[in-house]
Design a protein around this ligand. Structure first.
Ligand code: ATP
Length: 422
């Protein structure tokens, strides 16, 4: 059977993965066999989410009625019902429903009624609390098939410590990254000297180590010194796989979906209030704005180095009319040509514009020139993929150390920003 759970936490506490890990132990205690624990990230742009839009699924051998009773009991015991936005869902199915529902939930938006229809057709045992929205994530979790997968070991805190500062030795985290990257990633952000794997929210998670296999995440975990966790669980997950991306074209993007979009840089990137960097790409007559927000730190320097004419592939969510960049591929770099007023051939002074389309005029001697001076500057950016730093990475975004997006593998693959590791 597959057991799906979602929407049990709130900003004030709890975490659906903790609840799933506790349930796995209770099922084992009840003589059931837990074959797999899945941490399933869904559309990161869903507004109802508490933090990372995660649901969990357990693949279990045993009595489904007993498992359903235990799963519902644990939700009643641990879910944070006090929060308006907490609407838990529990699902038990004998067999995986059509993975198309998972596919939609990770790339698009679903309705509660869609989930219920699937559950009815599958003859599922299911229960939704309050407005029952958690049934969407729970149904998506049991429907999921991962085309690509990674692993995360999550260590959970003793309940008596929830809400207090976490004790995790920073140097041991950097040592774990040094010893196991690129087989694990996003434990820390080396360039920005920031810890990434320890949350700051009052939930039960102590830290989480992401990597390519259980042995690698365990190897990194074994190097970490911290307060004693009460529970540890290795999850198989769609994190770091780009499962949220679909192909898109300028002018045909939908709010809240995440895309890979090709285009030509239309103008020089500009830095606005708050340090956010923006530029426009064009494909034929259609245009779209791309954004690199302040939290993407040094990635903004890469974006600022784009020039008009660069042919690029952008990757990110389309929100409020812009693509919020997660990474980009500079496929064909353009020449960086800068145009300025020419020098006067008579008095060697810089001329000024004589009005739109009227060429240039020397203010000193009155001489005229038709053409500007064109200067070619050397490019700071070479062809290749560039990504936001670990501190700004979304759960589903595939780090470049794992490879580049499938559909663009033929493009130039050079210039990885984190050469130190690769
Ligand atoms: P945490 O990750 O810390 O457990 P969360 O960020 O996963 O919390 P939830 O509390 O699970 O947030 O809230 C997300 C809600 O959105 C759930 O009710 C889930 O069923 C629903 N949901 C998930 N994906 C979609 C989707 N694609 N369309 C509509 N609703 C969705």
């Amino acid at each position: 059977m597959l057991i799906g759970i979602d929407d049990t936490d709130s900003p004030a506490g709890m975490c659906t993965t903790y609840l799933g890990a506790v349930l796995a132990r209770r099922l084992i205690h009840n003589h059931m066999r837990v074959r797999e624990a899945r941490l399933v990230r869904l559309n990161p742009n869903v507004t109802f989410k508490t933090r990372g839009n995660a649901a969990v699924a357990l693949e279990v051998e045993g009595d489904p009625d007993r498992a359903f009773t235990l799963a519902c009991a644990i939700v009643e015991e641990l879910a944070d019902f006090s929060c308006d936005k907490t609407n838990p869902g529990v699902v038990v199915v004998d067999r995986r429903p059509d993975p198309a529902f998972y596919q939609r939930a990770v790339t698009d938006f679903c309705e509660i009624s869609d989930a219920v229809q699937i559950l009815e057709a599958a003859n599922a045992r299911y229960r939704g609390w309050k407005n029952r929205r958690g049934l969407i994530g729970a149904t998506a979790a049991v429907s999921s098939i991962f085309a690509d997968a990674t692993y995360e070991i999550l260590a959970y805190r003793d309940p008596s410590r929830w809400g207090t500062p976490r004790e995790v030795d920073k140097e041991s985290l950097f040592a774990a990254e040094e010893a196991t990257f690129p087989h694990t990633w996003d434990t820390v952000d080396v360039e920005n000297h920031v810890v990434v794997c320890v949350p700051h929210t009052p939930d039960p998670v102590l830290f989480g180590i992401r990597g390519e296999s259980p042995p690698w995440v365990m190897a990194a975990r074994s190097l970490i010194e911290s307060e004693k966790p009460v529970l540890e669980q290795i999850w198989v997950t769609n994190q770091g796989t780009d499962a949220h991306l679909i192909p898109g074209t300028c002018g045909a993007l939908h709010e809240g979906l995440s895309y890979q979009v090709r285009g030509v840089v239309a103008g020089r990137p500009t830095t606005g209030a708050g340090g956010h960097v923006s530029f426009v790409i064009r494909d034929g007559d259609a245009e779209v704005r791309c954004m690199a927000y302040e939290p993407t730190k040094n990635f903004r320097d890469t974006v600022r180095a784009l020039v008009p004419g660069d042919e690029i592939v952008t990757v990110g969510s389309f929100k409020k009319g812009s693509i919020n960049l997660e990474k980009m591929n500079l496929v064909v770099p353009a020449r960086d040509l800068r145009i300025k007023a020419p020098l006067c051939s008579v008095c060697n002074k810089r001329m000024t514009s004589d009005g739109k389309g009227k060429g240039y005029k020397c203010r000193k001697c009155g001489a005229h020139a038709k053409d500007p001076e064109v200067q070619e500057c050397s490019r700071k950016l070479s062809a290749g993929w560039y990504e936001v730093p670990p501190t700004a990475r979304r759960h589903l975004a595939k780090p470049l150390c794992r490879g580049v997006p499938e559909s663009t593998k033929g493009d130039a693959i050079i210039g990885l920003i984190r050469k130190r590791h690769c």
